[in-house]
Design a protein around this ligand. Structure first.
Ligand SMILES: [Mn+2]
Length: 359
């Protein structure tokens, strides 16, 4: 039996001749990526074809931002060089040549790929059924904790031997998605439990340890640069005159400032590249209890100062922090706050900013 690693290397070498692409959803979470690889591998074992290509639906450079996936892939012995990312192929050409698509972890193509609807041949997913691709084969849409569980069931149905690597990929994903099989998480089903019974004996890692590490890695941003942190979870908005972005970051300003002594330069670069007037960073972290910091940056002094004044009038309970070494006013204007009312999230702050900027 060919290993997952060898399968990936072979199919990558043959990537431009792919006849079937296995694609996860555009958020490219662990479930999307692990399930695509496992399912592509299963089809390869069943058909012997080197033309079944799992494609990670993000640019290669973005993979490292999904730190939990970096960890699980490494544990499963998957070398990133052998994995195909969206920018490793000419997706348009492969689709135009008539390749089929199997959607994993979503059952409606992303808006940006809508023109390939007629390429879709099948779906395996656990989201709400959008009622598309009724002819799909397979067409498996079931409310379970993880798409990885449904792929595990397909291995079982096929009577194919499950390797250690596949067990690690699927188990890690199911644990993350079901919060370590917590019946109170609202996602765990009998299907997940039944497949975990089959998979875990084949996985060499202890369940609690494995889960704890995946969870920790998910929030481990220590290897990331300021630019990576800013784009990891970023949303952009346009009001009448102001274009602004809000990054959500799991790190206190203090920790961040220790990692990067020149945060201001990172903000200047990021905001300039995206033509932003304003860049906010909402920093959520646990220090004794759940806490938040807020960073306000603008390239324009007047915009910066007025916004800071306005923010003080909102019920955020802002307390200015002293990071004087970060202040170099020739580059841009930045200030750092501790946000006393930690319940105010980006979802809540953004509409208030929209009101302010549209005034
Ligand atoms: Mn999923």
């Amino acid at each position: 039996m060919i290993s997952v690693q060898a399968y990936l290397a072979r199919v990558k070498a043959n990537r431009n001749n792919a006849t079937l692409v296995i694609l996860g959803n555009e958020a490219a979470d662990l479930d999307s990526m692990a399930a695509s690889i496992a399912y592509g591998y299963l089809l390869n074992l069943q058909s012997g074809s080197n033309a079944v290509l799992p494609v990670m639906p993000i640019p290669r450079a973005d993979f490292k931002l999904r730190t939990e996936a970096v960890f699980v892939f490494r544990e499963a012995g998957i070398a990133l060089d052998d994995v195909v990312f969206f920018d490793d192929i000419e997706f348009d050409k492969i689709m135009a040549a008539g390749a089929g698509l199997i959607l994993l972890d979503h059952n409606k193509l992303a808006h940006t790929l809508e023109q390939y609807n007629s390429n879709v041949l099948g779906v395996i997913d656990h989201h709400r059924d959008e009622g598309l691709y009724k002819y799909g084969d397979p067409r498996i849409i079931r409310k379970v904790g993880s798409t990885a569980s449904l792929v595990g069931v397909e291995f079982q149905k096929a009577g194919v031997e499950i390797s250690k690597e596949i067990a690690i990929l699927l188990c890690g994903t199911i644990l993350l998605d079901t919060v370590n099989l917590d019946p109170n998480c609202g996602r765990l089903t009998e299907t997940d439990l039944a497949i975990v019974e089959v998979l875990f004996p084949l996985c060499p890692l202890a369940r609690q340890d494995f889960f704890d590490t995946i969870q920790r890695e998910k929030f481990n941003v220590s290897g990331l640069s300021t630019a990576d942190l800013l784009r990891k979870d970023y949303k952009e908005f346009q009001s009448k005159k102001i274009r602004y972005g809000i990054s959500s970051i799991h790190l206190s300003v203090k920790q961040w400032e220790e990692m990067d002594k020149d945060l201001l330069s990172g903000f200047v670069k990021y905001a300039t590249a995206r033509k932003l007037d304003v860049l906010l960073s909402m920093n959520a972290f646990v220090e004794h209890c759940f806490s938040r910091d807020l960073i306000v940056f603008s390239r324009i002094k007047e915009v910066h100062d007025n916004l800071c004044m306005h923010l003080q009038t909102l019920s955020l309970d802002l307390l200015a922090c002293d990071f004087t070494e970060q202040l170099q006013e020739d580059k841009g204007f930045i200030c750092f706050y501790h946000q006393g009312h930690s319940c105010v999230s980006r979802k809540m702050l953004q509409p208030l900013l929209a009101l302010y900027f549209n005034k």
